[in-house]
Write a protein that binds this ligand. Sequence first.
Ligand code: UD1
Ligand code: CA
Length: 467
Amino acid sequence: MNTPHLTAAIILAAGESTRMKSRTPKVLHTLGGKTLLQRVMSSVGGLNPATTAVVVRFEHERVAAAASEYNPQATIVEQDEIPGTGRAVQCALADIKDELDPTQGPVLVIASDMPLLDTATLESLTQAHKEQGNAATVLTTTLDDPFGYGRIIRDEGGHVQRIVEQKDANTAERSVKEVNTSVYVFEPSVLLKATENLDADNAQKEFYLTDALETARQFGAVGAYVAPDAELAEGINDRVQLARLASIHNRRICEAWMREGVTILDPATTWIDDDVTLARDVEVLPGSFLQGATVVEEGAVVGPYTTLIDAHIDADAHVERSRVQETHIGARATIGPWTYLRPGNDLAEDTKAGAYVEMKKAHIDQGSKVPHLSYVGDAHIGEHTNVGGGTITANYDGKYKHHTEIGSDVHVGAGNLFVAPVTVGSGVTTGAGSVVRHDVEDNAMVYSENTQHAVQNWEVHQVPDAE
Ligand code: UD1
Ligand code: CA
């Protein structure tokens, strides 16, 4: 199938989205790590429209900024105070009508609250529009519960006669289960003429874009293309629908990875963003969130209860009950449980960051271990060094962060404090409880004086009983 080309795409994102009850406009809510607007713009972008217009009004600065980020070439259109999907299109056409060129193809009009709609469905819609030689074609779907949607009223020939909104429909019309998805393809001249004389003579006192379809019949056939996959064409009006579609989307992503050889014990509690990459024989255990551009290499085990954000986990590593962000974990390394790896760490092969260990900008060379209750920040540790439990790099003097350098084959005693900037050579042993303020030469033993006092016959003064 050759890719259909569009002269323009008009993306409607000006609605107030009252049913979300949110400070954030609906189109900026996220699903699978991407906003609804980003998803629609990327599906539309797959059709290479010559012009892309995004109509904004509610929270227009935030929505416009997001739209420009996803497509810097997009034309941002401000809708005026007149409400309705029809008005949104009128405002867009006022800005882009000179750019419309019928030789480049038709115009796509699309709402921005259908996060699962993919390029392939939009392509099929455009293809059907061309093949049937329509003036306008609407993407429809059939729902068991069509409540709230505009219903498709077809004529005897099967063409679309009109679309009637829930609030304007009579009982017979309400029983129709075929609904408008708010995705349309129009011939450019038809769209211009059919949106010229819209009015607000309806229950919602809005300019309805759906009215333009009835008018379009004066200029040619108005067809409907039924989405082959109803789930993909579903819209979001409230947070219940957002959660439902997010879980459908996540289930599809998990199943795709399982088919590629990834074990996912419980897809219902495993959330994987679109841009994550997983190799064969990766095992993901329940309660795990794999986000951003995370990469997990062959045979690694992630979870249970682990969050990876833009992390790179090498083969056969094991990350359990931990949070790992912008960090590289080497092959066969073991992380967790309860380990917090903040951005900028690089842990080499066969390393360990154990229970209640926090790291930030820590570079840990091959075979070194930080097994218990430690903080390592702005530090480099050489190979095969072992860091005793409860050790802290004191990297912050209240104004600046400083570096700690610890060599290879170092044996750090329990409860050490490295007061940065400080450098400890290779082969060093430090005593338990040392406060290391000064650089230590290779192969030295260092300990801090820490006098033990004992008071004989010490009496504990009991608090008298309450009664
Ligand atoms: C609309 C359709 C309905 C369809 C349903 C599918 C109309 C009159 N009705 O109803 O037939 O079944 O979508 O979800 O078109 N928008 C603007 N400016 C506005 C109002 C809305 O840009 O003034 C945008 C919204 O941001 C949204 C889209 O248009 O992306 C649809 O708006 P929404 O309020 O969700 O329309 P529905 O009432 O659901
Ligand atoms: Ca809607």
